[in-house]
Design a binder for this molecule. Structure first.
Ligand SMILES: *Cc1c(COP(=O)(O)O)cnc(C)c1O
Length: 447
């Protein structure tokens, strides 16, 4: 068996897989936060283009990928599936461990799979500029790359604490030709109100979302883009799992375990959803999602309706949530610090089809270092959770099992967190159940 399994470009998937018609129970609809009635498509049209709103609610099992999007995907896709032989040997397992390498995209993560698609559909409907928020900077990088490929403008509101601590992502975003502002900024009402109240405010993801949405609503030629959680984002990410299916077939094997890290849920869902019909048909395949103990939405959160942001501007989504007022501990996996998770993923977690696991950040960095010292590549702090879970799985799984994990991104722009790790400065955080139960009292009352 080859160590690196390359899918020929001619066999790159030409459709995304939409899991909505195959979910074990119908997806709970998003609700209007004021009336608590199901959201109608026209309520979303000030911020999203019609094509993406249609994908969000589509009953079609497969959706064609437009030729222009395939063209841009070809810059880095299909991505290799790699057999981690040196890692296998170092842990002494008889299991085969494979990783799907999404770090090879221009932005260094899986996020361009949806950024390119979202930018293209917006452009097709005459949108000139996209606004968005970014925490650690990976989504902002992905969207500015996509806008640069399509000749669109892009405005990124970056949480101020990250803007100041992680200047390299901002530099990359600007070099792609996008503008990036620390949030809170003076460009929006939400930002100005916050700055008046607290001139030293370091921002939060919820506030940056409010600023980006406000920018889109205020400008006719501008719309908003979100990098995870929504159905259409997960849809675009299914290209990963579909490629894995083909690549495992090329290797003459089938996966027994699919493993990924979970923030908003898009990379993990992109890996597992194409295998959902097989699992529902009785295939013996396990889905393992890894999250931080500091932000344990799937393992400790409640499955109920909640707001997507702190300011309660977004529709209500039924998801595993820690409460929208949740303030994450300062763990280094910035991309995994969201209080909720994708409703599609939560639906199948609730049906018992996924095994969620939670890990401390130090044990994840240990796993990342072990991977670096065996396989040679430096993973993103988010990805380290998937590596930890894959290694644990290899220790428990029956001999000879095939384990595939999604390598969601590289860590070359996250060196400051490795520096803290090397200096022994990392702290383990675990969110107490009392804090979660208390925050959930603030969830909207929807029966
Ligand atoms: C954003 C990000 C994540 C988490 O987002 P999901 O939507 O859960 O995939 C994980 N890994 C990397 C490298 C990221 O950039």
């Amino acid at each position: 068996m080859d160590t690196r399994i390359y899918l020929p470009e001619s066999r790159m998937p030409r459709q995304w897989y939409n899991a909505l018609p195959d979910l074990p129970t119908p997806l709970a609809p998003p609700l209007n936060p004021e009336t608590k009635e199901p959201l109608t498509p026209d309520m979303l049209s000030p911020i999203f283009p019609d094509a993406l709103i249609a994908q969000e609610m589509s009953p079609e099992r497969f959706i064609d990928i437009p030729e222009d999007i395939l063209d841009i995907y070809r810059i880095w896709r299909p991505t290799p599936l790699v057999r981690a032989r040196r890692l296998e040997k170092a842990i002494g397992t008889s299991c085969r461990i494979f990783y799907k390498d999404e770090s090879r995209s221009p932005a260094g993560s899986h996020k361009p799979n949806t950024a390119v698609a979202q930018a293209w559909y917006n452009k097709a409907e005459g949108v000139k500029r996209l606004s968005t928020e970014t925490g650690a900077g990976q989504w902002g990088t992905a969207l500015s790359f996509a806008c640069s490929m399509l000749g669109m403008e892009c405005t990124v509101y970056m949480v101020k604490v990250s803007y100041e601590q992680k200047p390299y992502r901002g530099i990359l975003i600007r070099t792609y030709g996008a503008e990036v502002f620390p949030s809170p900024s003076t460009r929006t009402n939400s930002g100005r109100v916050m700055l008046e109240r607290d001139p030293d405010c370091k921002g939060s993801l919820g506030l940056a979302i409010s600023e980006a949405v406000e920018d889109a609503v205020a400008h006719g030629d501008t719309k908003y883009a979100l990098g995870s959680v929504l159905n259409h984002v997960l849809l675009h990410q299914t290209i990963c799992g579909q490629e894995v299916k083909e690549q495992m077939a090329m290797a003459g094997a089938t996966p027994d375990y699919l493993v990924g890290c979970v923030g908003g849920g898009s990379n993990f869902a992109g890996l597992i959803l194409p295998f959902l019909p097989d699992k529902l048909d009785g295939a013996n395949i396990k889905f393992i999602g890894a999250e931080p103990k500091a932000c344990p939405s799937l393992t400790k959160g409640w499955f109920r309706y909640d707001y997507g942001d702190v300011s309660r501007l977004t529709p209500l989504l039924k998801m595993h949530t820690l409460g929208h007022s949740f303030m994450p501990a300062p763990i280094h996996a910035g991309g995994l610090r969201y209080h909720g998770s994708a409703p599609v993923l939560c639906n199948i977690v609730d049906a018992g089809l996924v095994e969620p696991r939670a890990y401390f950040q130090k044990e994840c960095f240990d796993a990342a270092k072990f991977f670096l010292q065996t396989e040679g590549f430096l993973p993103a702090p988010e990805t380290s959770h998937a590596i930890k879970a894959a290694i644990e799985t290899a220790k428990e799984a029956p001999a000879g099992s095939n384990i595939v994990f999604l390598y969601s991104g590289h860590g070359l722009l996250d060196l400051a967190s490795y520096d803290a790790y090397n200096k022994g400065q990392l702290v383990n955080y675990e969110l107490p159940q009392e804090t979660i139960d208390k925050a959930l009292l603030e969830c909207p009352d929807v029966s």
